[in-house]
Design a protein around this ligand. Structure first.
Ligand SMILES: CC(C)(COP(=O)(O)OP(=O)(O)OC[C@H]1O[C@@H](n2cnc3c(N)ncnc32)[C@H](O)[C@@H]1OP(=O)(O)O)[C@@H](O)C(=O)NCCC(=O)NCCS
Length: 183
């Protein structure tokens, strides 16, 4: 998906060739925002580039999911958001938005918003999908407000969801009804 002419940069689905940039962006996000993610930088830093390539090389609706990237006007990858899929028969109508991050230097320019909309557009194009869900750490107001602007609604709060540097943090669970009118 290309950006409309009045917006900077480009949003498109990432391919295995983008793996090195994807790895760098995510490791930086895990390291600088530990409370925003369930995954730690240590869990991912030791994985080979091949692991990131495989994540970006999955089938359209395979379990591993798809990842969209935001590129600035110089072609640098500055943001990502992923979508993974349930494969069990009774849950195949659900997908999960995961791994959302925009580089600090590119924030507040609308890349996050455009990434979430790109992921939702991908989900809407898959006929069997009825909803997208996600979790956001309680207190991450920027991310939660962004998701709300894109049509997500809170349906619950999971207490003691992640342990981050000695603190137990709650996760807000949100969902977006793909059957509802797009905003
Ligand atoms: C959450 C995150 C992905 C948002 O990315 P982003 O590209 O800055 O998102 P947007 O620019 O679309 O919107 C963010 C804010 O910028 C504002 N904004 C957007 N375009 C703007 C512009 N041209 N000028 C000024 N502000 C602008 C939005 O209104 C929004 O404001 P708010 O925070 O007061 O609500 C980013 O802050 C991030 O990576 N955070 C760390 C990791 C994280 O928390 N990930 C989410 C895990 S659930």
């Amino acid at each position: 998906m290309s950006a409309p002419e009045n917006l900077p940069g480009t949003i498109r689905r990432l391919a295995p060739a983008d793996a090195a940039g994807y790895r760098t962006l995510m490791l930086d996000a895990y390291a600088t925002h530990p409370s925003a993610f369930t995954t730690t930088v240590d869990e991912r830093a030791g994985l080979p580039l091949r692991w990131w390539e495989e994540r970006l090389g999955a089938d359209d609706a395979g379990e591993a999911g798809v990842v969209y990237g935001a590129f600035n006007d110089t072609g640098a990858l500055v943001g990502v958001a992923g979508l993974s899929f349930e494969t069990r028969q009774r849950a195949r109508h659900k997908a999960t938005l995961f791994g959302m991050a925009v580089a600090a230097s590119a924030r507040r320019a609308g890349f996050g918003h455009r990434l979430v909309l790109a992921v939702l557009a991908h989900a809407r194009a898959i006929e069997r999908l009825r909803l997208v869900q996600l979790t956001v750490t309680e207190g991450n107001h920027t991310a939660q407000a962004l998701y709300e602007r894109c049509g997500f609604r809170v349906f619950g709060v999971e207490p003691l969801a992640i342990a981050v540097e000695g603190d137990m943090l709650a996760k807000v669970h949100m969902w977006c009804d793909l059957g509802a009118r797009p905003r």
